[in-house]
Design a protein around this ligand. Sequence first.
Ligand code: SAH
Ligand code: MG
Length: 233
Amino acid sequence: MTNPLSNSEQLQQEARTRATIIEELQERFSPKDEILDDAIARARASNVPEIQVSPLLGKLLHTLALSCRARKILEIGTLVGYSGTWLARSLPPGGKLISLEVNPRHAELARTTFANAGMAERVEVRVGSALELLPTLVSEAPFDLIFIDADKESYPKYLEWSLKLSQPGSLIIADNMIQRGRAFQTPSPDENAAGVATYTRIILENPHLVSVGLPTDDKGDGLDGFVISVVRE
Ligand code: SAH
Ligand code: MG
């Protein structure tokens, strides 16, 4: 009889298997992309934190935008344009992505990313606090897809605006909705966790939204994930 693996050996083996699976999935579904790799390299060189969505979640955004035939997309929180590039690439000719970013340095890096991706004409990065910019978007609504990924404490307010700026059939997607479980702790450990906890409560109470939370850990930094809501007819 062979010796059973010790607990820690078993954990190490599971972690290796998991890393291999993620690698295989990325290779197949979200293969190496020079534009996106360069965006991350430029972010690193500028000391911008690498808090963009994972390659597989980027591909998920792209797939979802295509599936709802998004022509107008709104993103709240641009960073260096990683998720924005995935979203912009799903737009048809004449389509538009408006991405809101408070940090002018991030916005500048993102503009370079969009230009490198050949997407400059269909993407507009607007610089300022999202809560100040959102009211100015009413005349440009409705958006077919809204991706919420800026400061977490403002998520409930971003949701309020998203409901005003969308229409039946629109998708509202929020990132960092799990935060390694901190989103479900009571009382909330901090304002970030409180923001996403309140967001979850409000969407689940709203009869016009059908929603699902999706746990992911494909960047290897702990369980986090999207909540995806569709505005029903
Ligand atoms: N969506 C990006 C990651 C966004 S990170 C991607 O996956 O590639 C969050 C971004 O939101 C940061 O760039 C941060 O500067 C920006 N941000 C934070 N607070 C904001 C606010 N109040 N208004 C607009 N942008 C904000
Ligand atoms: Mg995020």
